[in-house]
Design a protein around this ligand. Structure first.
Ligand SMILES: NC(=O)c1ccc[n+]([C@@H]2O[C@H](COP(=O)([O-])OP(=O)(O)OC[C@H]3O[C@@H](n4cnc5c(N)ncnc54)[C@H](O)[C@@H]3O)[C@@H](O)[C@H]2O)c1
Length: 272
């Protein structure tokens, strides 16, 4: 898709990958609607890119509808909707130990938010024969996030939802992409986040590097956008030799286990 003059709505746009996407889209000439739980930070990004900011909790269908109405009021129609809002809360103990509330929040933020946006936008996009639905899922949606079963399961569901959207609506002119990065230097990686500009561990992308890959993917209308291309090889191994893949993941889990018995992302990013 030619991004020039298109209206793009980004959830979770106040920081991290979302704000980098807002800047990168604006550079391509897109009109950007920056939304987030944090309106003040979203407004700063919107001011920077000449767009508008809208407060939106993506777990609430009424707020997603209101976000789309606000975008349409400002720019007539939504051409691109990027469901990017996300969070991570590592499980406290064993793989089923996260609370029901955390499981539900993972489901609501990582899956239902995109269902709500698609439900609101698809009828209009189908009528126009055009529109782009994008979900920033994760490599965890193809593989697994060690020590976060709820994140992994719901990111897998997000990838599956994108498959369904593609299968049902590509022939009606709708474009669908799902973005599956590994580690990107944002707040979501907690104290593993680098504050310096140098010595990034291999595999840790800056939000800007991630956004550049996404922009190219949207221009090329690539369904599966992989900012870390090696994820494709891991996914092939998982599909063709799951025992070997799981054995590797178990060894990795041992290797990155912190002294407190919890996974330490810093060890993950600094591993040989
Ligand atoms: N950074 C990584 O290593 C990485 C890797 C793979 C996938 N991702 C995914 O990328 C997306 C963006 O994450 P990020 O890395 O930029 O993290 P981030 O923490 O910098 O940004 C996430 C944003 O989402 C917002 N948000 C959270 N819950 C929300 C809600 N209910 N409603 C509206 N906004 C909400 C937060 O306020 C924040 O601004 C997420 O979906 C995340 O799962 C990140």
């Amino acid at each position: 898709m030619d991004l020039n003059n298109k209206t793009a709505v980004i959830t979770g746009g106040a920081g991290g990958i979302g704000s980098a996407l807002a800047r990168a889209l604006a550079k391509q000439g897109a009109k950007v609607v920056v939304s987030d739980l944090n309106l003040e930070a979203a407004q700063k990004v919107a001011d920077e890119v000449g767009g508008i900011a809208v407060a939106c909790d993506v777990t609430d269908e009424a707020q997603i509808k209101a976000l789309i109405v606000a975008a349409e009021k400002a720019y007539n129609q939504v051409d691109i909707f990027i469901s990017n809002a996300g969070f991570a809360a590592a499980e406290p103990d064993h793989a089923a130990s996260a609370s029901n509330e955390i499981w539900q929040l993972n489901w609501d933020v990582h899956v239902m938010a995109h269902v709500y946006a698609s439900r609101e936008l698809l009828p209009k996009m189908i009528k126009r024969g055009d529109g782009y639905l994008v979900n920033v899922a994760s490599a965890a949606g193809l593989l697994a996030q060690i020590s976060d079963a709820a994140y992994s399961a719901t990111k897998h569901a997000a990838v599956s939802l994108a498959d369904s959207l593609n299968i049902a609506h590509t022939d009606q002119g709708i474009k669908v992409s799902v973005v599956c990065p590994q580690y990107v230097n944002t707040d979501i990686i907690g104290d593993a986040k680098r504050t310096d500009d140098q010595d990034f561990p291999a595999g840790l992308l800056t939000p800007e590097q991630c956004a550049d890959v996404v922009i190219k993917g949207l221009q090329d209308e690539t369904f599966l956008i992989l900012p870390h291309p090696e994820v494709a090889d891991y996914a092939v191994l998982r599909a063709t030799d799951p025992n070997r893949w799981l054995g590797g993941m178990r060894r990795l889990r041992q290797h990155i286990m912190g002294d407190d018995g919890r996974v330490d992302l810093k060890r993950m990013l600094m591993r040989e």
